[in-house]
Design a protein around this ligand. Structure first.
Ligand SMILES: Cc1cc2nc3c(=O)[nH]c(=O)nc-3n(C[C@H](O)[C@H](O)[C@H](O)COP(=O)(O)OP(=O)(O)OC[C@H]3O[C@@H](n4cnc5c(N)ncnc54)[C@H](O)[C@@H]3O)c2cc1C
Length: 480
């Protein structure tokens, strides 16, 4: 019996036959996350049902010296869950229960395979919700959110995932089980919980999380404002923040993107406009009233061509549908989208918008723009066809220029999607060699054999093309 077959047999003894996948068709379903340019099939997929099972699986992987890659729903946009060295893809989606909602402590105890939105649904009856709201929240799991320190439209005001995690139970790469933090915020000693959140599955695999819940706000008002261009919308965004207003959310979409949304959903969007800005205000009515007057004054001064406040919850939901379905609607234009995640200082929004447009034109790449504008987190989506080598090449070169632009404007490579494999080679643009070595040392202290999600997040001298028997398309097409 081959070593792989023997491993599969022993894995099945831990998790059961049904939860070890090895057929070609099954493995194809796990060959990438939502960053579909990079693909690599794992050798096996395992779905553990408990922390104890996961611990045994990792001990076995160590015995066989086989790499393993944690995976939630696979909605990641930086290739983090792609098993680029092969080995075992460990899908956490069976561990999907909300274990407890504690309304007094405003805390949810969950298994990490639960989708983000399910936590808020479980807490709804108590007037509470889980505030981080990635647009993928119907599907993306709490484990994936923790690993990427996910953000979302309302993280402008309420903070990223890391601000809402009280504790995590996780399995170290050698199979040992530990808990960092707990049901209450514990700020004693080194902040290892802070290290874990955002570590992209390279330090171990989370199995349970204690999450902070947030009370629902008293009132919400949502504005849809149209501008003739992204630039003038961008100026309004900078001005609103400069005026000391922190909206709950402030999101901008270009004409190309909301044109696709309109064709898909017929929401009645104004197709004569060049940009659509969503501003959401929340809090006590007196504060909202004051902020609303200021926002109206600013967007009118910046040349808004049409504004509309949502009259009720139904209209508000439609406005958010325009934003949250925008990436999916781009499928009307091209079979693939390479979604970037650069961050820039808000004051540089206009400059960034103009430069990204020029970079797209220089390489003949269609770029759609969907921005968490309020916190300067840009998601230019570069549209392409993966079967056309020249298009892939232009997308990779243009995306590198856009990321470098963000760093040169004083920003950084990623706001919420993580580095994964997608931005690995750009890390030295944002960090010095000694920064990267400090990160590598920290990673080695958790993951000394580099079996847990190898080849991600921190570049090594071998990074270019480092993917074992599975050479990634990007490295076949462009030089590092
Ligand atoms: C349409 C669309 C919209 C999106 N919008 C947003 C957005 O608004 N904000 C945002 O932040 N992101 C967004 N994303 C990206 C993605 O949804 C997030 O990164 C999300 O957190 C990934 O969760 P997942 O369960 O799909 O994780 P996966 O993609 O499966 O994995 C992501 C990373 O987490 C690691 N991982 C997964 N589970 C665990 C675990 N239990 N323990 C340790 N590591 C683990 C994986 O190894 C990988 O590195 C969007 C994606 C799509 C497709």
């Amino acid at each position: 019996m081959s070593e792989l077959k023997q491993l599969a047999v022993e894995l099945a003894q831990i998790v059961g036959d049904y939860h070890v996948l090895s057929s070609d068709v099954d493995l194809s379903l796990y060959e990438s996350d939502a960053e579909t340019l990079d693909r690599a099939k794992p050798d096996l997929v395992v779905l553990p049902g408990s922390t104890e099972e996961l611990s045994e699986v990792l001990k076995l992987a160590n015995r066989y010296k086989v790499p393993f890659t944690p995976r939630g729903a696979g909605t990641g946009l930086s290739g983090g869950a792609t098993a680029i060295m092969g080995g075992i893809s460990i899908a956490m989606t069976r561990m999907n229960r909300v274990l407890k909602i504690d309304p007094e402590e405003r805390m949810a105890h969950v298994q990490v395979g639960v989708p983000n939105l399910s936590v808020s649904k479980a807490a709804e009856a108590f007037g509470l919700y889980f505030a981080p709201d990635p647009s993928s929240q119907v599907a993306s799991t709490i484990g994936g959110n923790l690993a990427e320190n996910a953000g979302g439209a309302h993280c402008l005001k309420y903070g990223m995932t890391t601000s809402h995690v009280l504790g995590v139970k996780f399995v170290l790469p050698n199979g040992d089980v530990t808990t960092l933090g707990g049901a209450f915020r514990d700020s004693l000693s080194l902040d290892l919980l802070g290290v874990l959140v955002g570590s992209e599955g390279t330090l171990g695999i989370a199995t349970e999380a204690y999450l902070r819940l947030t009370p629902r706000v008293e009132g919400v008002q949502t504005l849809l404002a149209y501008f003739d261009s992204l630039e003038s919308g961008g100026e309004a965004v900078s001005e609103i923040i400069a005026a000391g207003i922190i909206p709950a959310a402030m999101e901008m979409i270009d004409r190309l993107s909301f044109g696709c949304v309109e064709e898909s959903w017929h929401l009645g969007l104004n197709l004569d406009a060049g940009a659509l800005l969503i501003v959401e205000l929340d809090g006590p009515p007196a504060i909202i009233k004051m902020q609303r007057e200021n926002v109206e004054r600013i967007i009118s001064a910046k040349g808004s061509i049409e504004t509309k406040w949502a009259a009720d919850e139904k209209e508000r939901a439609l406005i958010w549908k325009a934003r949250k379905s925008a990436f999916a609607a781009l499928g009307r234009l091209a079979p693939h989208a390479y979604v970037l995640d650069g961050v820039i200082p808000r004051s540089k929004l206009k400059e960034a918008i103009v430069s990204i447009d020029l970079i797209g034109k220089k390489y003949g790449v269609i770029v759609s723009n969907i921005y968490h504008a309020g916190d300067g987190n840009l998601h230019p989506a570069l549209l392409y066809d993966r079967s056309k080598e020249e298009e892939v090449k232009n997308v990779l070169i243009a995306s590198r220029e856009i990321l470098e632009l963000c760093v040169h404007l004083g920003g950084t490579l990623s706001g919420e999607h993580g580095i994964g494999i997608e931005k690995l080679l750009e890390m030295p643009v944002a960090f010095t060699d000694s920064d990267l070595e400090a990160m590598a040392r920290l990673k080695r202290s958790f993951n000394p054999l580099d079996l847990c999600n190898p080849g991600k997040l921190i570049p090594s001298p071998k990074s270019c093309g480092e993917s074992g028997r599975r050479p990634l398309l990007r490295y076949q097409i462009i030089a590092c």
